[in-house]
Design a binder for this molecule. Structure first.
Ligand SMILES: [Zn+2]
Length: 417
């Protein structure tokens, strides 16, 4: 009797029409409870990829239980029934990697104009992401990037990292109408996570090789403060990594996070430092915000510039990465390490960001199937006293970073630097 109820529950889950972006959920044609497992069979189209996902309830995040390439007209799998496995769904890719044209973009781009709809500070301003987006458009790069579609429900993944009190705190920050804001920062922080997760999904599904997320608010300082801490609302990169580990357990077991922001990624370090699934490597300025624990690698002093960063990475980061063998790499891409940044400056130039990007790509090519997701952290106006402020250094540094992700080729120095 209990088994019959279990089978009935499973049937309900499979016909539950929850559509993931870019995928169709399909019905199974046969489901049969066995002693300690369940047999699921479905009609299939040869040459098509299917993802089986499981969860313990309809309200929790779905986790991948396997990816199947159909070679016949029928697919079957036997899934062990554990305490967690109660509900299943099968997703059919609308567009599998093999169906993409050979010249399809290999680099994704996550951006939403709504990222400009909140105001929180005279430095972390909407013009940051808007000027980057306009610059990529002016340079003709937007058409060569694959726009990432955000995941529909980021809340479950945010809740895997942040406490309810933190989430409530962020969502209760009022709209700063005096500065022209039209939306709550908490709403946009959720949207930023949704876009980052969309980029992670596309990279892990093999639709693109890597991605750049032009998002705000940033995330690498946030722990569980309940307020915007160092301009950061949600720990974007940690949530993205948890999403990848949960949703792609057979593909993603080890995640490396490289942070080249001027400031220490203290929030990221807090969440991942004791977890063997993570390697966190951070190059930042010593003795500056946010202070505190600086036990990470790569404390930079003086004006290290491109050569200083490369030397530090070759001595510390690259050997650690080769030993760790990541399945997925995140870049906490802070561009306040660039020469002439209003809030930082460690002498990196646009050429330097290309050099560092290429080094991450070399590690990704060797160990992680090329999988890189780069997420904007800091990076502010030019420190030239102009009003309104200019963002030439930021735009050119990001352009070189993105061009390198797209082509793997080192980029020349740019006019600003
Ligand atoms: Zn920073």
């Amino acid at each position: 009797m209990a088994r019959a109820i279990q089978a009935a529950l499973l049937l309900v889950a499979l016909s539950f029409g929850n559509f993931a972006r870019g995928q169709n959920s399909i019905r199974c044609s046969l489901i049969r409870a066995q002693q300690n497992s369940v047999l699921i069979t479905w009609e299939a189209s040869p040459g098509t990829n299917y993802t089986l996902e499981e969860t313990s309830s309809l309200h929790e995040p779905w986790r991948s239980a396997g990816v199947y390439l159909a070679t016949t007209n029928r697919l079957a799998t036997s899934v062990p029934l554990g305490a967690r496995a109660r509900f299943f769904r099968i997703l059919q890719e609308r567009r599998g990697p093999s169906l993409q044209p050979a010249n399809a973009p290999q680099t994704g781009y996550a951006f939403d104009p709504r990222f400009a709809n909140y105001y929180q500070n005279s430095a972390e301003v909407p013009q940051r992401v808007l000027s980057i987006n306009q610059h990529l458009k002016d340079k003709g790069l937007l058409g060569e990037l694959a726009p990432s579609i955000p995941v529909a429900e980021p809340g479950a993944y945010i809740a895997m990292v942040h406490t309810p009190a933190h989430i409530q705190g962020i969502h209760s920050i009022p709209i700063d109408q005096a500065h022209g804001a039209t939306e709550r920062i908490g709403v946009i922080a959720d949207l930023a996570v949704a876009h980052v997760l969309g980029a992670v999904r596309d990279v892990c599904d093999g639709k693109i090789r890597n991605a750049f997320c032009n998002i705000r608010p940033p995330g690498h300082h946030q722990i569980n403060s309940g307020f915007s801490y160092g301009f950061c609302c949600h720990a974007n990169v940690v949530i993205a990594a948890r999403f990848a580990l949960e949703r792609y357990p057979s593909l993603i077991k080890r995640v490396m996070i490289v942070d080249w922001d001027y400031h220490h990624g203290n929030g990221t370090q807090f969440f991942v430092q004791n977890d063997p699934a993570f390697l966190f490597y951070d190059t930042c300025a010593g003795g500056f915000y946010p202070g505190g624990d600086e036990s990470h690698h790569g404390l930079m002093t003086g004006n290290p510039g491109n050569d200083g960063f490369v030397r530090e990475w070759e001595n510390e980061m690259l050997p650690a990465a080769r030993e760790f063998k990541p399945d997925l790499i995140f870049i906490c891409a802070g561009f306040d390490s660039k020469k002439g940044d209003l809030m930082g400056g460690l002498g990196l130039t646009a050429r330097g960001y290309s050099l560092l990007t290429r080094k991450v790509m070399d590690i990704a090519a060797a160990f992680s199937g090329g999988r890189i997701v780069s997420i904007l952290e800091g990076g502010y106006a030019d420190n030239n006293g102009f009003f309104p402020p200019t963002f030439n250094g930021l735009k050119e540094a990001v352009e070189n970073h993105v061009r390198t992700l797209m082509t793997g080729e080192l980029q020349p120095e740019t006019p600003f630097f």
